[in-house]
Design a protein around this ligand. Structure first.
Ligand SMILES: Nc1nc2c(c(=O)[nH]1)N[C@H]1C(S)=C(S)[C@@H](COP(=O)(O)OP(=O)(O)OC[C@H]3O[C@@H](n4cnc5c(N)ncnc54)[C@H](O)[C@@H]3O)O[C@H]1N2
Ligand code: MOO
Length: 638
């Protein structure tokens, strides 16, 4: 069947479709101008407002001084002050009523009182220091216009001008209907004990927080299972009561994805599929004159579909138009910063993509790194410093490309040390201790070799490595010398870590040493080339003359110790080389192989960097050291 609505539209088309098909809400409410428990900020005025009182409504003194008749001061000057007798002047405070028999106020500093007389040192003109009636606002004047967006300053003005209530557009009533057989209501279920396949309903939380930041309210309706009849019923009821209805999930092509079918049947579809990643399957319809938006289920998809479709819809309902900068307003960016992409990133041409990025400043250059591209991952959202929207014309973003980041976190990049190198749980634990000392630390686990090369390229403040030289049997030195040609780097031996074979609890496959990795019934997970752990495994294999080709899973890559060991914990592999701390954390068995030095390398030029200083102090922290020891397999050097 040919769809009668637009499909695979661009971000720009969203705005024009919304403008063509939606009108602002006509409902109005009258709100008090004197209630401090409610707010007028952000409301749209639905009528012209006229002042019912002059401001000020009496002649008021603008200073502390004496009310006088200006003609009495005509010849006054500091050399010959004029004397004004009792009865012809009156003390007035700032803001006080100035009786009609006076026409000016002289500041107390320009006078002196001797006996019953007032001496004035300077002539004052008629009207001086008096705010006349209606100076600010005269009665009957328009003090607010229909369509105006109210600011924090309007309420006080309206109340001062005697206007007790104003008519504004009624708040937009929005609801969210979560759907899905697999979804469980977290208010009713203990999420710590969810059965496999069950997913906690968290999109309502993400959405209501978003609505809060935008200044709107969201009602969450009861969760419904994947049943088209129930969805129809729920939408039918919702459009009666709400101005905007959001439906959760069911947007793609799954056997239980009914949103498109239901919306097309109940109303007029406006569009389906956006040329955007994530969030592609978002769709929108008008049902009984009410906009209904079905948001793709993954959290990041829900988020970006809300930025790109829900927010401009709210803008139209509220004020009849979409602002030029609606996307950055939706993202609530504090500022937009040009950064240099520190790693290559491939996007798909013809599709706009939202990148989640972290940033750091090294040697005056602001770098950014993409944290994740997954639509289901929530953590990269909380870790991101900001977001970058890559246009649909872009295919590749080579390392070094300039990208604009919409920063959402207060940025303190000046104090942030950028760490690149070996993945290590001890370092992960250090971040809070660095922050306690006024610094910040971002950790990029790029492997030991990746760390030292990034350091040599000036792309981080510190690197960490545990690289065994197979020729000498010595750690790190030969690698560091290769990059640190002028001998400008300091080395800190942080600790020694126990590396070994991580196997399932109880070691069901009876693995005892590296030779067992070649067994037919054994599958491994490997670490990425350039990681110290990979170098170690390759060294051990060469020592025992094992060809990596004999090992099942040698090319299965995980980039952190935890990722690798998780594969063993959840049955995707039998063994992985890794550190004891991770085996302990995941309750796995551990067969020790070697104790390796873990060194942090810092160019001397960075020793005074605030983040680096905080890092160097943090590693002396007693509590951090105790935490490290408890992780298992660590031996501290200092
Ligand atoms: N064959 C295809 N499969 C998929 C496509 C496609 O084009 N062809 N698109 C993918 C994309 S892109 C996205 S995004 C998702 C959209 O999924 P749905 O909107 O259909 O949603 P579900 O499949 O029901 O759920 C996806 C995911 O999100 C979780 N979810 C759903 N609701 C909630 C909630 N309220 N709180 C938390 N998490 C929620 C749900 O459990 C799933 O894990 O489809 C791809 N597939
Ligand atoms: O659009 Mo989906 O949101 O790419 O994952």
């Amino acid at each position: 069947m040919v769809a009668k609505y637009k499909e695979h539209i661009s971000l720009k088309e969203v705005a024009s479709i919304l403008k063509e098909n939606l009108t602002p809400l006509s409902k109005r409410v009258r709100l008090s101008t004197t209630d401090t428990n409610s707010s007028l900020v952000g409301k749209v005025l639905m009528e012209d407002v006229y002042a019912e009182r002059n401001i000020p409504h009496y002649p008021a003194s603008a200073v502390d001084g004496y009310a006088i008749c200006s003609s009495d001061t005509s010849y006054a000057n500091p050399a010959s002050p004029v004397e004004i007798p009792e009865g012809k002047f009156l003390w007035v405070n700032t803001g006080a009523f100035v009786p009609e028999r006076f026409d000016a106020v002289v500041m107390v500093e320009d006078t002196s009182v001797e006996g019953d007389s007032l001496y004035v040192f300077n002539a004052v003109s008629k009207g001086a220091n008096i705010r006349p009636i209606g100076e600010d606002v005269s009665k009957g004047r328009i003090i607010g216009r229909k369509g105006e967006l109210l600011t924090p300053f309007h309420k006080a003005l309206f109340a001062a001008a005697g206007v007790e209530e104003v008519e504004v557009r009624a708040p937009i009533k929005t609801c969210f209907i979560p759907t899905g057989n697999e979804i469980v209501d977290i208010r009713e279920t203990n999420t710590k004990q969810l059965a496999p396949g069950k997913v906690p309903e968290t999109n309502s939380l993400l959405l209501s927080e978003l609505f809060q930041t935008w200044g709107f309210h969201l009602d969450v309706l009861p969760l419904i299972p994947d049943d088209p009849e129930l969805l129809k019923g729920s939408i039918k009821q919702a459009v009666e009561e709400y101005d905007l209805v959001l439906v959760g999930a069911g947007t793609a092509k799954g056997k239980r994805d009914y949103s498109a079918e239901v919306l097309a049947e109940q109303g007029k579809m406006l569009f389906r599929w956006l040329r955007m990643k994530p969030g592609r399957p978002v769709m929108m319809a008008v049902v009984k004159d009410k906009p209904v938006i079905a948001l793709p289920g993954f959290p990041v998809s829900t988020l970006v579909a809300s930025w790109t479709v829900v927010f401009p819809t709210l803008q139209i309902l509220k004020r009849g138009d979409i602002s030029e900068s609606y996307l950055s307003e939706a993202v609530k960016t504090a500022k937009q910063v040009k950064t240099e992409l520190a790693e290559h990133y491939s996007t798909r041409q013809g599709i706009s993509e939202w990148l989640r990025v972290q940033c750091g400043e090294v040697n005056g250059k602001t770098y950014s790194w993409v944290t994740s591209s997954g639509a289901s991952s929530m953590m990269p959202l909380t870790e991101a410093d900001g977001f970058s929207l890559v246009g649909e014309e872009v295919l590749e973003l080579p390392k070094g490309s300039s990208i604009e980041v919409w920063v959402v976190k207060e940025n303190d990049w000046i104090n942030r040390a950028v760490y690149q190198g070996s993945n290590d749980p001890g370092i992960e634990h250090l971040v809070g201790y660095v922050r306690d000392r006024g610094g910040d630390l971002i950790i990029r686990s790029v492997g030991s070799l990746g760390g030292v090369t990034a350091l040599a390229r000036g792309e981080c403040h510190m690197a960490a490595c545990h690289l065994l030289d197979p020729k000498t049997g010595e750690y790190n030195t030969s690698y560091i010398k290769r990059f640190d040609i002028n001998d400008e780097w300091d080395r800190i031996l942080l600790y020694r870590r126990l590396q070994g074979l991580i196997v399932k609890k109880g070691n069901p496959k009876r693995i005892v040493d590296v030779a067992d990795l070649t067994r037919e019934d054994v599958v491994v997970v490997n670490r990425q080339p350039g990681s110290g752990t990979r170098v170690l495994l390759d060294y051990l294999l060469s020592q025992t003359e094992i060809d990596p080709k004999q090992i099942r899973g040698y090319d299965n890559i995980a980039v952190t110790h935890f990722d690798a060991a998780s594969k063993v914990a959840y049955g995707n592999a039998d063994v992985v080389v890794g550190i004891k701390a991770v085996a302990d954390a995941l309750d796995l068995d551990f067969i020790p192989l070697v104790e390796e030095p873990f060194e942090v390398i810092i160019p001397r030029a960075f020793l005074d960097h605030p983040g680096v200083k905080a890092f160097r102090d943090a590693i002396t922290d007693k509590v951090w050291k105790e935490t490290i020891i408890k992780l298992g397999g660590y031996k501290l050097e200092q």
